[in-house]
Write a protein that binds this ligand. Structure first.
Ligand code: BMA
Length: 853
């Protein structure tokens, strides 16, 4: 081979510009993490420390390292240095000569360094200019402010000056309604020296032209760079196929070669729940005339056809993903970066998140546009677990400038990231931005967010909208169709359609496109409205909760443990958040007896909201074909909409989602005034048949009444399989002390396929007894135990110090219906989750957390 690589990650030092003392740095890394490791700043996530650290983003930072070059690499005829990520305004010098001037966190920066390198004692020096100081003059020059709702400029001491829109840098660094403002700088991805002679392969893209179960038609696009004229042979091989093609390049430079490939009876890539996410690795090798391999590259992908189907129908238009010909109901959540300092996220944390999604019966995550184009490992894991990705470009809740330099910067950013990610079978669609079309609502004077377009003159409005269209209706779709032919592009989430009139913008009752429904929460509507506002694809909806006490105590002391303390408010970035949680809790939940109980109750409250929404969406399939709640994860310990906290601890919602997203779901709908309806929802590709048993039970476990029915659910369908008049369902029992318990048993099996409880009143109105829960070992391993109770134990919560998840948690335990639970330890035996000893487990239920009257 003729290529050598050397990582330049050792012996880095850093300091504030103008200071004397160099400190040890980690590369890849960022300045906040480096300062913290050196003891120069306190933990940014603790207490109210965020506020004290705002000077960091107003400062310039310098990074430097010396290195020797590996002798073989040094002898190479061509040598380049590659920075896979510089955050953000960075000038790079090698041995005193300036080689790179970077201004986009999301781009790769390269320079030819052959002439500058010495065999030993080379010095790299990177100067990061403050992203705040850099961009303030741009705001002044523009002469008007651009809306940027989540930019917490006031926390940064900048008053109303929102500069995030000028930087091609992760928007959430500037603060969000769940994230701190920590505008960092640093060498955030790998630095590599690459030497090569004669020929190398710079890209291998497996374009999937037509994928069917009997035949896959592909085209391998190989990008070759030569330093002179070159001839030889290109070999491509994968499981079940090998291809050869003669190649000849008359000139030095970059060349494109396309090789048509066909694979018979391909093993398809399926999303979780539908089948195996099979992957193929393609190896490409360039051989010279003597039959020697001179350059190679491999690419892993999965063969699948994935389409976004937006067909007009009697309601409006469909909006669903079709995978290998199957209309897919997308089940999942929105993903944000796993840390304010993304360089601190280990591969294990990524695996924990994606495996948690798969364990929760999800098949899609949305990489939301206010974060980063994720690290490669994230997409590798999604490929492996069969989790589809809705991929936003990194633009959110802001209007952006439209000068030529900015647009060109965006174009290159888009092209590079599409090129980096396009082999991943997980990517289902590309989406231009988060919520900008709806926030601006250009064609509807009365719609859009307050403080947005109303602030501008008609001329300025047209100018700002034209700048928007340049990026989202021209540059990004062009980049997708050029580099990922056939991949779907959706300009903005949410949106109805690209009609150029009023009907373009989404609203809560749209019957085409996708919807972000925030009536519950931001608009204080009741949970029941989740049943009313159901669109074709619910790409966002959410409800907040607190993380568990163990997590809160990482940032708060005993005296901070109250809802409106300075510290608790600093860890609540949605201004009204803590008040909203309390107000909703007062409506639906019994009164918690103290603050730790309030934390628990907030999780149950959130979970009930999310269950209401998810099941309402699934019951409406095929009208509705997607349900992605906001949000999967957190970037620091905080009160937020997440279902899993910063430490990866599952909140109640994660367990609820796991149940409500099961491929066969029994869902009881009590929203009708007079009726209780039981639905069977199935995502299976074959029909399911069996018996439905519905029992009316009192809290001591006594069966007061019973109904049964033969039921069937067609493939990939939702059916109302049973209805009862409320009066009959309750049959005179006290609604505060009785519940319906429904169970579906599949033919040919004694195991229950699905179960559901239904209460006639909110938890607040229940008369909850104090249960005695018994826990006994079962299955012969420490990982498994069985629980029984003497009276209803609502929302049983197991908690342990050991990191991991339970097979179920936050569920209602009914007398006479024992439940067996397994503990899965996190990151065990080389797996994300494996059965393990949970250690000491505390078992509590709602009755332990409330004031009994
Ligand atoms: C939507 C998201 C995020 C936000 C969330 C909660 O607007 O796209 O911007 O964090 O709702 O408000």
């Amino acid at each position: 081979m003729t290529e050598w690589k050397q990582a330049l990650h050792d012996h880095w030092k850093f300091k504030a510009a103008g200071q004397e003392r160099w400190l040890e740095a980690k590369v890849p890394g960022c300045v906040h993490a480096d300062l913290f490791r050196n003891g120069e700043i306190p933990d940014p996530f603790y207490g109210t420390n965020e506020r004290e650290l705002q000077w960091i983003d107003k400062t310039d930072w310098e990074y430097t390292a010396s290195f020797d070059v590996q002798p073989e690499l040094f002898r190479a005829q061509q040598i380049e240095i590659v920075f896979s990520g510089l955050d953000t305004y960075a000038d790079v010098y090698l041995n005193g000569a300036k080689i790179i001037a970077a201004d986009n966190m999301f781009r790769t920066w390269r320079a030819d360094v052959k002439a500058l390198l010495r065999p030993a004692d080379n010095t790299l020096y990177v100067h990061f200019r403050s992203p705040i100081q850099e961009d303030l003059p741009k705001l002044e020059k523009l002469g008007y402010a651009l809306p940027a709702t989540n930019d917490q400029s006031d926390v940064g001491g900048l008053g109303e000056n929102k500069v995030s829109v000028f930087a091609r840098k992760a928007p959430y660094h500037y603060g969000w309604d769940w994230g701190p403002r920590l505008v960092t700088s640093g060498i955030w991805r790998n630095v590599t020296l690459i030497g090569w002679n004669e020929v190398r392969m710079t890209d291998l893209f497996i374009e999937q032209q037509d994928i069917r179960s009997d035949l896959a038609r592909l085209s391998a696009h190989v990008e070759v760079e030569t330093s002179a004229a070159w001839e030889g042979e290109l070999l491509i091989a994968t499981e079940g196929g090998a291809w050869r093609q003669t190649v000849a390049f008359a000139q030095p430079g970059i060349h494109q070669v396309a090789v048509p490939l066909t694979i018979e009876q391909p093993r398809l890539w399926w999303s979780a729940g539908l089948g195996t996410p099979h992957r193929y690795t393609f190896e490409a090798v360039l051989m010279n005339g003597e039959g020697q391999a001179r350059a190679s590259r491999s690419a892993t992908t999965g063969l699948r056809s994935v389409k976004l189907v937006t067909k007009p129908d009697e309601h409006g238009a469909t909006f669903y993903i079709e995978l290998n010909g199957v209309p897919l109901f997308c089940k999942g959540a929105n993903h944000i970066p796993n840390d304010s300092f993304v360089t601190e996220v280990s591969d294990e944390r990524y695996r924990h998140e994606v495996a948690s999604a798969a364990e929760s019966n999800m098949n899609m995550l949305r990489v939301w546009g206010g974060g980063i184009y994720e690290q490669d490992v994230f997409y590798d894991l999604c490929d492996e677990y069969g989790i589809l990705v809705w991929q936003d470009f990194m633009f959110a809740c802001s209007m952006y400038p439209g000068d030529e330099h900015f647009l060109e910067n965006v174009r290159i950013e888009a092209e590079e990231n599409i090129k980096r990610l396009r082999n991943h079978p997980c990517i289902a669609l590309w989406c231009g931005n988060n919520e900008i079309d709806t926030a601006w609502s250009h064609y509807d004077e009365n719609a859009g967010w307050g403080g947005w377009k109303a602030e501008y003159t008609p001329e300025l409005r047209e100018k700002i909208w034209a700048d928007y269209e340049a990026i989202f209706h021209r540059i990004l779709p062009d980049a997708v169709s050029k580099l990922a032919p056939g991949a779907a592009y959706w300009p903005s989430s949410p949106m109805q359609q690209l009609s150029g009139d009023k009907d373009q913008h989404a609203h809560n009752r749209s019957a085409r496109g996708d919807i972000h429904y925030w009536g519950v929460w931001h608009n204080t509507e009741p949970f029941d409205n989740y049943n009313v506002c159901v669109g074709r694809f619910m790409s966002e909806y959410g409800f907040q909760s607190f993380p568990e006490e163990r997590t809160v105590r990482t940032f708060a002391e005993a005296q901070d443990m109250e809802l409106f303390s300075d510290v608790m408010l600093a860890h609540q970035k949605n201004m009204a958040g803590n008040r909203l949680i309390k107000e909703y809790m007062d409506i639906y939940m019994p009164q918690p007896k103290d603050f730790p109980s309030f934390l628990y109750m907030s999780q149950v409250l959130q979970a009930e909201a999310m269950k209401t929404a998810i099941e309402a969406h699934r019951r409406k399939r095929p009208f509705c074909m997607g349900s992605l709640y906001w949000q999967m994860n957190d970037c620091w310990p905080v009160a937020s909409w997440s279902s899993m906290d910063y430490y990866g601890r599952w909140k109640a919602t994660q367990y609820y989602a796991r149940r409500s997203f099961r491929d066969v779901l029994l869902s009881v709908d009590g929203t009708d005034r007079d009726r209780v309806d039981v639905y069977l929802v199935s995502d299976r590709l074959e029909p399911v048949q069996g018996t439905l048993l519905v029992e009316l039970i009192d809290f001591s476990g006594r069966r007061l009444k019973e109904w049964s029915a033969r039921v069937t659910a067609g493939a990939n369908r939702a059916h109302r399989v049973f209805s009862l008049r409320k009066e009959e369902a309750l049959s005179g029992a006290n609604p505060a002390q009785a519940l319906l318990y429904a169970r579906f048993v599949r033919d040919g099996s004694t195991a229950m396929a699905a179960a559901a409880e239904h209460y006639f009143v909110p938890a607040k109105a229940l008369k909850l007894p104090r249960p005695n829960i018994t826990m006994s070992a079962s299955g012969g391993s420490a990982a498994e135990f069985t629980l029984t109770t003497d009276t209803l134990a609502k929302q049983v919560w197991f908690n342990t110090e050991t990191a991991g998840i339970f097979s179920d948690n936050f569920f209602d335990l009914i007398p006479g219906k024992p439940v067996t639970v397994t503990f899965y330890a996190r990151n065990k035996d080389g797996q994300a989750f494996a059965p393990g000893d949970p250690g000491e487990v505390s078992v509590r239920s709602m009755a332990d957390f409330i004031i009994h009257s």
